[in-house]
Every structure is written in C-alpha cells, then in structure tokens.
Design a protein around this ligand. Structure first.
Ligand SMILES: Nc1ncnc2c1ncn2[C@@H]1O[C@H](COP(=O)(O)OP(=O)(O)OP(=O)(O)O)[C@@H](O)[C@H]1O
Ligand SMILES: [Mg+2]
Length: 304
C-alpha cells in the first residue's frame, strides 16, 4: 500500500471514474520508473481481437532486469495471447512495446529475438532424436572450415552453458527424448539463453512436471534471475508463482485486474483477483478491476 500514491489506493477502494484511476496508475508507474530506471520490457495498452472476441483488451504489463513477473488468470484470460504479442507470434491491433525504454518494432518472432526476447512454450519444441548440443544449435549449427558439422565445438559450448545452468547435467550424449522433464526443460532454457536472451517468456513451464522437476525448474529460474535476465512466468500454480515471482499481474477476460509485489498481497487476495477481478489495496489496479468494480456498482437490471 505504501508504494501506491494515495489517489491510487483511494480509487481502488472507491472507484470514481476510469480516468481518475487510470491517471493514478500512470503516476504510480512513473514513480516506479523514476526509482528503478526504465523497465526491460513495457507492454502498453495492448489489444488483440480474434474475430469479434477481444482476447486482450488494453493490457499493460512491465518487467525489470533480474525480475520474475508471474502472469496469472483463468483459462482464456488472455495470458498467452498477450505474451505472444511480445514474442512476435501474434500481431497486435493496438498498443506499444518498449524494450529498455525504447519503442520496439516487434511484428514477428525474428524481430523479438533481435531484442533478446526468447520464448519457451510448454511443448518445448525440442528435436527428440538428437542430443542436447544438437538442440542448442538447431538451425544455427556450427561448421568446420570444411563445411562439416563441428560437433566438438558444439558439445564444448553446450557443456559450458549447461554447466552454468544445471551443473548436475551429465547426459550430453543422449537423445533428449530419453531425458527427464526437468532436464529437457534445462535444454530448452539453455537454447533460449545461449543466444543472448535478456527477456525470457515461460508459458506454463512446470505444468507437465512432478514436484522434484518443478523444484529443478525453480532453481533454473533463480539462476537466470541472478544473471539479470527478466522472466515472464505464466502459470496456473499460484504457489509456484509466489515462490518464484517478484511481482504478479492478474488477467481476467483479456484485461489486467492488477499488478502487485508478492510481498504486498496474500494468496487469497490474488485468488480474489483471478476469480472475481477484485483488486486488493496492495495492488495497482488495471482496467480489468475498474470495469469489474463499476459493474458491481450498477443497479441490478429490472424487467419492465
Ligand atoms: N488463435 C486464436 N484464434 C481464435 N481465438 C483465440 C486464439 N488464441 C486465443 N484465442 C482466444 O483468446 C482468448 C484468450 O486465450 P489465451 O490462450 O490467451 O488464454 P490463456 O489465459 O493463455 O488461457 P490458458 O490458461 O487456458 O492457457 C480465449 O477466448 C481464446 O479462445
Ligand atoms: Mg495460455
């Protein structure tokens, strides 16, 4: 609460007008920027519609270096769609993306990679029949002066990257299909960061993993944070997010309900954001909260 300007807290509790709350949100974001410098990424007022359906509606989120921002919300809330605008997989209908404070031109995945943005999808997109090094260099293989594949150089680089990420990894000669879920996840992360990713998007990285492997991915995420990489972590698991994230942004019906430091809100309050769209005092409200609260204030419809 003490991070919010008084007007934002007041507006969250007693909504007056969308404009007043929006002004408070902008001023609190400006305050944060003054304190921490420009964010690594800022997605501002992003909207994406499929046919007549607004999958993402005026959503704004940001991410600072060495920070994990958890993106939470029910199925169909718009999390993946929003993040696909950042990875260049979807084009947006409106809104801007800033990287390190500069307006970024991202309209396909190649552009996103140029800005150091890498995405790890739940499917991981690994080539199952080849080893970790071949996956690391998939499509960007190193070659000897004679034009043949430079397996030695690729394996040596792979050992370096994996040594940094997951020092216990030993199975360099095995096809990745024989690796555990956690090991496969580390190969996918190694591939993403090897080419200088500064911004990592992880969409449900632990959804298919057991508790031990989930813990392993948690360790990887902490390691990446320590290197100054910013991570958007999409997850259904509120406990995972509270363990790993510095801040959370909650989406509902394509809109951002609010954003909060995990230390400023309880899990129950975040559940209230996810389920009801109710923004607690410790969070900065987004347009999703305003609409929801205004809706609650409308008199019930009467039949005439
Ligand atoms: N390619 C598409 N074409 C049409 N509609 C889509 C497309 N992708 C997403 N949608 C719709 O957009 C809305 C948001 O979907 P999205 O996948 O972003 O939600 P999500 O929050 O990631 O959900 P989940 O937790 O289930 O992954 C949904 O109504 C979904 O049906
Ligand atoms: Mg999704």
């Amino acid at each position: 609460m003490d991070k919010l300007p008084p007007s934002a807290g007041h507006a969250a509790a007693h909504p007056q007008s969308e404009a007043a709350v929006a002004a408070a949100v902008v001023s609190s974001m400006a305050e944060a920027r003054a304190e921490r410098g420009p964010p690594l990424v800022e997605m501002r007022d992003i909207s994406i519609a499929f046919g007549g359906i607004k999958a993402v509606d005026n959503a704004s989120i940001d991410l600072y270096p060495g920070e994990v921002v958890g993106l939470l919300g029910h199925n169909g809330a718009g999390k993946s769609t929003l993040i696909k605008a950042l990875s260049g997989a979807y084009s947006r209908d409106s809104g801007e993306i800033y990287v390190n404070g500069e307006l970024a031109d991202i309209s396909n995945p190649r552009h996103a990679k140029r800005y150091g943005i890498e995405t790890i999808y739940q499917t991981l997109a690994l080539a199952d029949n080849v080893d970790a090094a071949a996956n690391l260099y998939l499509g960007r293989e190193l070659r000897t002066p004679w034009g043949t594949l430079d397996d030695i150089a690729m394996e040596s680089e792979c050992r370096k990257v994996m040594g940094r990420l997951n020092p216990n990894f030993r199975r360099f000669k095995d096809p990745v299909k024989s690796l555990s879920g956690g090991q496969r996840q580390s190969v996918a992360i190694a591939r993403a960061i090897h080419f200088n990713a500064r911004i990592l998007i992880m969409d449900e990285p632990t959804a298919a993993l057991g508790p031990q492997e989930t813990a392993q991915v948690g360790e990887l995420i902490k390691q990446l944070k320590g290197e100054g990489i910013g991570i958007f972590l999409i997850s259904h698991d509120i406990h995972d997010v509270f363990d790993l994230a510095d801040r959370v942004s909650v989406m509902k019906n394509g809109r951002v309900v609010g954003t909060a430091d995990v230390g400023d809100v309880t899990k129950d309050e975040v559940l209230g954001m996810i389920i009801l769209g109710k923004c607690p005092a410790g969070a900065i409200p987004g347009p999703g909260a305003i609409a929801n609260q205004l809706q609650q204030r409308r008199p019930p419809a009467t039949l005439s």
